[in-house]
Write a protein that binds this ligand. Structure first.
Ligand SMILES: NC(=O)c1ccc[n+]([C@@H]2O[C@H](COP(=O)([O-])OP(=O)(O)OC[C@H]3O[C@@H](n4cnc5c(N)ncnc54)[C@H](O)[C@@H]3O)[C@@H](O)[C@H]2O)c1
Length: 286
């Protein structure tokens, strides 16, 4: 898509971090922006920022884990704007901890939001995107969708799944004669957002029993290390700029952190040579 002016863009998780930056970035390109988020105050704040910049914006309370909620988001978008051209399945959550210490509710919550959220977004928006004259769909994965370091089991699983869905969709759209839908997957390294407090939106029925003893200390240590890294992470607006460039240039891979490319090559070499995976120094989890 070369021309973004006047297009309708939907961003899930648009209340904070990368999602807010995407909403602002698409707004600055002249798009009408739909901000979908489960957190009311954050969503309202993004809407206020967009409107202050003169962007036509619609906020929709959306829980991406809930198929009906995402279907209602698509319906609200069509009702307000008549069509949709750009969808960013961006909402995602994560938390640290070794697999031996994970509880099933940890897996369930992370995969519900970060993987099922993308499945719901693709499922409910693809028919509308295919009906548009041209369109683009992007999902936020992570470097953790391309290399699986320790301490992020559920997150790695969700993000590998997101990469697989978008790669599959890319091939399918390429083979579709009526194809008008570009596909991208965003695989960032560390970005300075609020993801470290993702638990703020964790539903009560998926809250975990408190970790105690060594497991509690490990999780705390891991989360402290992530918090320190996030504070020095890339600015979300730089990540959003990479996504918008990829949208304009029909580019599938959005690798905002080129410093991790060697980690991915290193991982794939172990596959190619059938040797056991190792992590390079400086790689995520390495
Ligand atoms: N921050 C990083 O270092 C980093 C790195 C790689 C990938 N990512 C990915 O980027 C995406 C955005 O995360 P972020 O870092 O901006 O975090 P963030 O916490 O700042 O923003 C995430 C947004 O998603 C919303 N959200 C959470 N659960 C939701 C649900 N069930 N339904 C709808 N909205 C929900 C939150 O309210 C929040 O506004 C995620 O998919 C995350 O996994 C982040």
């Amino acid at each position: 898509m070369k021309q973004l002016e006047g297009r309708v863009a939907v961003v899930t998780g648009g209340g904070s971090g990368i999602g807010r930056a995407l909403a602002q970035g698409y707004g600055a390109e002249g798009c009408h922006v739909v901000v979908a988020d489960v957190q009311d105050d954050a969503r309202d704040e993004t809407i206020a920022l967009l409107e202050a910049d003169g962007v036509t914006a619609l906020g929709v309370k959306t829980d991406v884990t809930d198929t009906d909620s995402v279907e209602a988001l698509a319906a609200a978008t069509i009702e307000r704007f008549g069509e949709v051209h750009i969808v960013c399945n961006n909402a995602g959550v994560g938390g640290g901890g070794l697999i031996k210490d994970q509880q099933l509710v940890d897996w369930k919550w992370v995969i519900d939001v970060s993987l099922w959220g993308v499945i719901h977004g693709v499922h409910h928006f693809l028919p509308h995107l295919r009906a548009a004259d041209e369109a683009h769909i992007m999902s936020t994965a992570s470097v953790a969708g391309l290399t699986a370091g320790p301490g992020l089991g559920p997150y790695n699983a969700a993000k590998y799944g997101v990469v697989a869905i978008m790669e599959t969709l890319h091939h399918e759209m390429e083979r579709d004669d009526d194809c008008n839908v570009g596909v991208s997957v965003l695989c960032p390294g560390v970005v300075n957002t609020n993801i470290i407090t993702a638990q703020r939106n964790r539903p009560d029925h998926l809250k975990r029993a408190k970790k105690t003893g060594a497991a509690g200390k490990d999780a705390k240590k891991f989360n402290n290390a992530i918090a320190a890294a996030l504070a020095n992470g890339m600015d979300p607006s730089d990540v959003a700029a990479c996504v918008i460039d990829a949208n304009k240039n029909s580019q599938f891979w959005v690798l905002s952190h080129p410093e991790h490319l060697d980690d991915i090559v290193h991982r794939n070499e172990s596959l190619h040579t059938a040797t056991n995976p190792t992590l390079r120094d400086g790689s995520i989890g390495g």
